[in-house]
Design a protein around this ligand. Structure first.
Ligand SMILES: [Zn+2]
Ligand SMILES: [Zn+2]
Length: 150
């Protein structure tokens, strides 16, 4: 199952739907996601992202996310769906009777920031609520509808 976001621009009339994630029957999508997740884990364990991440990966408390997400170019505002590479460090601590789980950080280690439209390496994952209109670049897009698809 994936998610969709339907955006509109009240300024220039831009109207577009973006689908994120894989459909229920698209096994290939999930296989690819799993493959990338294992690859990312190995890269971190091998120290390709530095000794801090290597140490964190060794604790086993890292969560790996290699699914698709909405990305926008900081320079030309091109909007696209692509795969990210993110890790999240989680740990649990006991306070008396209760165990609290904290997420310490959410770090993006993108492998391809290259924008296919302007050629500059400025692609960034966006907050779905603050997307600048890729057409007029004047306003924030209005999220008119979102939900799940399969
Ligand atoms: Zn660009
Ligand atoms: Zn617009």
């Amino acid at each position: 199952m994936g998610q969709f976001y339907h955006y509109k621009c009240n300024h220039c009339g831009y109207d577009q739907k973006y689908q994120i994630g894989g459909g229920f029957f698209t096994k290939e999508h999930w296989n690819e996601t799993d493959k990338l997740r294992i690859q990312l884990k190995n890269e971190l364990l091998n120290g390709e992202y530095g000794s801090v991440f290597q140490t964190l990966a060794q604790t086993g408390n890292l969560e790996y996310d290699c699914d698709t997400a909405l990305y926008q170019c900081r320079t030309c505002r091109a909007l696209t769906v692509r795969r990210g590479k993110r890790v999240e460090y989680r740990y649990s601590q006991q306070y008396g009777q209760s165990i609290l789980e904290s997420s310490v950080f959410d770090f993006s280690v993108e492998f391809d920031k290259h924008c296919t439209q302007c050629g500059i390496e400025q692609m960034e994952q966006v907050d779905i609520n603050t997307v600048i209109c890729p057409q007029c670049k004047e306003r924030l897009l209005e999220l008119v509808n979102y939900g799940w698809w399969d």
